[in-house]
Design a protein. Structure first.
Length: 315
């Protein structure tokens, strides 16, 4: 309810009504116009480069990031509360606080992280590719290391601290794999996002694996195996993304109309089918009137696209 109230106060139907600066308003207008132009040039589902989607290593890197993210996130949501109960016998109220705190930490770091990595790109301190890789490696590397460390401790307070630290830094990965489809192929961002969202299978694998571990609900050791698997998987995902991710537009995603002049940028006489080197109509009018008067007076100009004045002849 609180979020909805804030949304009603700060969201506007158009840039003209928003309380923003002129430069930001102009940027929104340009983006809206570009989006409308892309919508009018939409590609049929059968014309999409499906083979390129499924054989591209940068796309695969995003999918791996999505899979690992959902694997760990499912652990935080559904498995960690059970872990605190089974391993340490904590009361329900305490478990609720311990389980919610990592998500609060993640939201806080998400706000700062997104601004920080955007600044790296804006100030050209790092390329888009290396900014994405850095965000992903820090996010997954720290969370993977913290998750792996939980497998070797037997104190719930230490486990809680590691969960909070890991979840907080995992927010940096949002500036990595989650925004990456827009870098690779802006016009195909929708289909690409749909494909990489199948990485939610990681959540299915996580919960299924936890249920298959022998003695999961009875011993701390079996839970430690679960955290070990999750930590190793997350670190492997960080390395895979570091090796194969990209922040550059892919060759198969080049806009065929890129570099071509827009209709509004073409001089009117050219856009209407005339030659670019012809004089403008307003400039040619006096010449045409002169030709007409000479013709009526008995002098016929030779055929010429400028009205015959360049090579006039007398009968």
């Amino acid at each position: 309810v609180a979020w909805a109230f804030v949304w009603l106060l700060v969201v506007y139907p158009s840039p003209e009504q928003a309380t923003i600066g002129d430069s930001e308003r102009e940027l929104l207008r340009e983006q809206l116009e570009a989006a409308q132009n892309r919508a009018t040039q939409s590609t049929s589902i059968f014309e999409l480069p499906w083979k390129k989607f499924f054989t591209s290593l940068p796309v695969m890197a995003i999918w791996v990031g999505s899979f690992c993210r959902n694997f760990i996130f499912a652990m935080l949501i559904s498995e960690v509360p059970q872990y605190f109960k089974d391993s340490y016998g904590l009361p329900t109220a305490t478990i609720g606080v311990l389980s919610a705190a990592p998500h609060v930490c993640m939201v806080i770091f998400m706000s700062f992280g997104s601004v920080f990595f955007d600044k790296l790109i804006q100030k050209q301190l790092l390329s888009v590719t290396w900014t994405r890789k850095l965000a992903q490696f820090i996010g997954y590397g720290v969370q993977g290391g913290c998750t792996l460390a939980i497998a070797f401790i037997d104190d719930y307070k230490q486990a809680f601290i590691l969960l909070c630290v890991g979840a907080a830094f995992s927010a940096f990965a949002i500036s990595g794999f989650q925004t990456n489809p827009l870098d690779l192929a802006p016009q195909y961002a929708g289909p690409l996002t749909g494909i990489v969202r199948t990485g939610m299978l990681g959540a299915v694998v996580s919960t299924s694996l936890a249920s298959l571990l022998p003695g999961r609900s009875r011993t701390l050791e079996s839970w430690q195996k679960m955290f070990m698997i999750g930590g190793i998987l997350h670190l492997a995902g960080a390395v895979f993304y570091l090796l194969f991710a990209s922040g550059e537009r892919q060759s198969w995603a080049k806009d065929p109309t890129a570099g071509q002049p827009r209709a509004e940028d073409i001089p009117r006489e050219v856009y209407n089918g005339h030659f670019a080197d012809e004089p403008r109509r307003s400039e040619a009018e006096p010449l045409l009137r002169s030709v007409e008067s000479v013709t009526h007076g008995g002098i016929k100009p030779a055929s010429h696209r400028y009205g015959g004045l360049m090579n006039g002849s007398v009968n």
